[in-house]
Design a protein around this ligand. Structure first.
Ligand code: 5GP
Length: 194
């Protein structure tokens, strides 16, 4: 097991409805030394890519993205969740269905923060069905920028998002891939990664 899998095995809890709760270290209380290790690992896996910007989505991607950005020495842009009523011109918009809240949000990024010259690393905490990532990819494409790769902390490998995104041809690097989890026993198993 790698450092993140060990942490999940020790402190993660499985909830009914395919939800893995990791608020002890990832998306409520945040373990910064762990985030540092994650950033270093993404830096290693995306070595040689001309990344000049990190894009994430509020809220729980932001902390991870900011710590990772220190490894890449690039700025972070986060897509904001917006009520459509607030949206005024000069923004890229994508519609994202929330896995955890079961509702649709429009997410926006100001046009001035993504341009055709940008080479973007997308970072997020979880990958489940892939809706959040597809929204972020759509925003990068709207800007005419390039997706250089996608870094995910925890992929739930039994949900379709990972397969969909890899089939689109993107380099997707998930630091832990949960193969199966059982809320009745609390058991979590991980996919072997080479
Ligand atoms: P997707 O769009 O891939 O279906 O879901 C990704 C988003 O849903 C992530 O940004 C994350 O915030 C949330 N999410 C999905 N699955 C889980 C989960 O098992 N636990 C937690 N805490 N968040 C999740």
């Amino acid at each position: 097991m790698n450092f993140l899998e060990e942490k999940i095995a020790k402190e993660g809890t499985v909830k009914e409805g395919n939800v893995l709760k990791v608020d002890n270290f990832l998306n409520h209380q945040m373990d910064i030394p762990l985030f540092n290790e994650m950033g270093k690992e993404w830096k290693r896996r995306f070595a040689g890519k001309p990344i000049n910007k990190i894009l994430t989505i509020e809220a729980s991607g932001i902390g991870i993205a900011c710590i990772a950005a220190q490894q890449f020495d690039v700025p972070v842009v986060f897509a904001k969740k917006a009520k459509s009523i607030n949206i005024e011109g000069e923004v890229y918009v994508a519609e994202v269905e929330s896995f955890t809240h079961k509702c649709k949000n429009q997410v926006i990024v100001a046009e001035k923060f993504l341009t055709p010259q940008d080479h973007v690393l997308i970072i997020d905490d979880f990958l489940a069905n892939g809706y959040a990532l597809q929204g972020l990819i759509q925003i990068v494409q709207s800007a005419g920028a390039t997706v250089e790769g996608i870094g995910i902390a925890i992929e739930k490998g039994f949900q379709p998002g990972g397969r969909v995104i890899r089939n689109l041809g993107y380099q997707l690097e998930s630091l832990a891939i949960v193969e199966a989890m059982d809320w009745k026993t609390g058991a979590i198993t991980f996919r072997e990664q080479g």
